[in-house]
Structures are given as structure tokens and as C-alpha cells.
Write a protein that binds this ligand. Structure first.
Ligand code: ARG
Length: 276
């Protein structure tokens, strides 16, 4: 009898530890769908200086990403909490489980994919140059010798920093000269593109590089500025990020995005917030 009990205890312990292990290895951590439902709320990280995707309106954060997030919260039957944080702390914050997902017009990149998992693409964009109305820029090359403002940690920042500093060839490890290298151009990193554009209007910098729709929004809200497509920039796809391995939450997000895309809702959200 004693032996039977011992075996039983051992089997039970084994079973329990595998349950514990499974709980850890799903990658969802404290942001699993079960935990979110239990807490009754889902936390989103964003950076609300990027209209029409997210912007501050009085006490609220509004925009396309908030509309999408509300649909995600509704699907889960929980309340949405939006946290306005620095853009470059969104991916690390999601990675460490401080929030369930990041929605901030975030471009899906290979580098970011090392830290977080991305949803399906929900919008395509491209980098734009904001400048004074009388300036004449079209390509990165045209910014030679200029002071260029970017939002810290964005793809616009990477593009300009790489053009000024050059890059390293992944295979040969050799230095690849950037198109602005040695031209005297400088990259000034700001908390957001709105602050960068303020410096542009004050004459402290010559151009701001940021995504298309936020560039258009800034130009619409300020006189004396215009914006043009950065001719040599590649298209970028936006995705929502979750912590690595949080497949269950990602599935819900993808389902919501697929539905919104097929109903043409993303475009109507963009239109609805385009005066911001
Ligand atoms: N798409 C660019 C990137 O992923 C800029 C995003 C900035 N978003 C924001 N909410 N400020 O790097």
C-alpha cells in the first residue's frame, strides 16, 4: 500500500510540474487570454503623437489603432486601457509583459521580430519628408548636409541614421557607405514628430522624416510646411505586437484584423480620424 501511495504521489507531482511547465512555455506569461479575461481589462501600449493612428484629444487617446484595440477588447469581453508611452519603449514593454499588445503604427521589421510577435499587416505606409514650403527635397540624397529630425527609435530614424553612418554588410561585415555619409548631414532624434516639426518651423532643422499620414497631419495643422514622399523609401507594413509565443492572443487579434480589413473598416477609421 505504501509503495502504491509513493507511486501515486510521484505521478501526481510529475503531472503537476508538467502543467506548470506548460503554463510557462506558452510564452503568454501574465498576458495570456485567460489572465486578461480574469482581470477584466487589456492594456495597450502606444505613443499618441502619430495622427491619425493615435493622438491625444483632451483627456483621451483616439485614432485608428484605438478603434482597432476597442474591437479586440470587445471580442475578449474586457475593458481597454490605453497607455501613452515613449515609442522606443513599446517593443521592450510588450516583450517584458508590461502590456498585452502594442499598437502604434508599428512597422513590422526583422529586427523587431526578434523581440516580439506581430499580427497580420493592417496598413501599408511609406516614409515622407516634411520641410518648409520653399524647400526642394525628393530623395534621401537631397538631404546632404542638412539637419534632419526623426522620432527616436522609428524606421525613419533607422533610415536616416543608416544613411549618415553607413551600415555593415551582413555577410562580409564590410562597411557599406550611406548616401548621406560624409555630407555633413546630421540626425536629430526627438520624442515625436510633432516636436521635431516645431524645431523645423523654428529653423533649427531642415527636414523631418516620418510616416506618410502623420506627416500629412502635421502639415495640415501647421502653416508654411509641406511634405513629399521619400522617393527611395520602401513601403512599410504596420502590425500589432504581442509578447513572443502569445499565440492565443495573437489569434484573437488576427481574427479581429481580418474581419475589419474585409469589412473595409480600417479605411473608414483612417477617414474618420483624418482631420486630426
Ligand atoms: N512606422 C514607424 C515605425 O514603426 C513609426 C511609428 C511611430 N508610431 C507612433 N505611434 N509614434 O518605426
Amino acid at each position: 500500500m505504501k509503495l502504491v501511495k509513493k507511486i501515486l504521489a510521484a505521478v501526481l507531482a510529475l503531472g503537476m510540474s508538467s502543467v506548470l511547465l506548460a503554463g510557462c512555455s506558452d510564452g503568454a506569461g501574465n498576458q495570456s487570454v485567460a489572465k486578461i479575461k480574469e482581470s477584466g481589462e487589456i492594456v495597450m501600449y502606444t505613443n499618441a503623437a502619430f495622427a491619425p493612428f493615435e493622438y491625444v484629444d483632451g483627456q483621451d487617446v483616439k485614432g485608428v489603432d484605438v478603434e482597432i484595440a476597442l474591437e479586440i477588447a470587445k471580442e475578449l469581453g474586457v475593458e481597454l486601457k490605453v497607455k501613452d508611452v515613449k515609442f522606443d519603449s513599446i517593443v521592450p514593454g510588450i516583450e517584458s509583459g508590461k502590456a498585452a499588445f502594442g499598437a502604434a503604427g508599428i512597422t513590422i521589421t526583422e529586427d523587431r521580430k526578434k523581440s516580439v510577435d506581430f499580427s497580420i499587416e493592417y496598413y501599408t505606409s511609406v516614409q515622407y519628408i516634411i520641410c518648409k514650403e520653399d524647400a526642394d527635397f525628393a530623395k534621401t540624397e537631397d538631404l546632404a548636409g542638412k539637419a534632419i529630425g526623426v522620432q527616436l527609435g522609428t524606421t525613419g530614424d533607422f533610415l536616416i541614421s543608416d544613411a549618415i553612418d553607413g551600415t555593415e554588410d551582413e555577410e562580409t561585415k564590410e562597411h557599406v557607405k550611406g548616401v548621406l555619409e560624409g555630407s555633413g548631414a546630421s540626425c536629430k532624434q526627438y520624442a515625436n514628430a510633432i516636436e521635431a516639426s516645431q524645431d523645423l518651423m523654428n529653423g533649427r532643422i531642415d527636414a523631418v522624416v516620418i510616416d506618410k499620414l502623420p506627416a500629412e497631419s502635421i502639415v495640415n495643422n501647421n502653416s508654411g510646411l509641406k511634405c513629399v514622399k521619400l522617393e527611395d523609401a520602401e513601403p512599410e507594413a504596420y502590425g500589432i505586437c504581442v509578447s513572443k509565443g502569445n499565440e492565443e492572443l495573437l489569434k484573437v487579434i488576427d481574427e479581429v484584423l481580418n474581419r475589419l480589413i474585409s469589412e473595409g473598416k480600417i479605411d473608414s477609421f483612417v477617414l474618420a480620424h483624418s482631420n486630426a
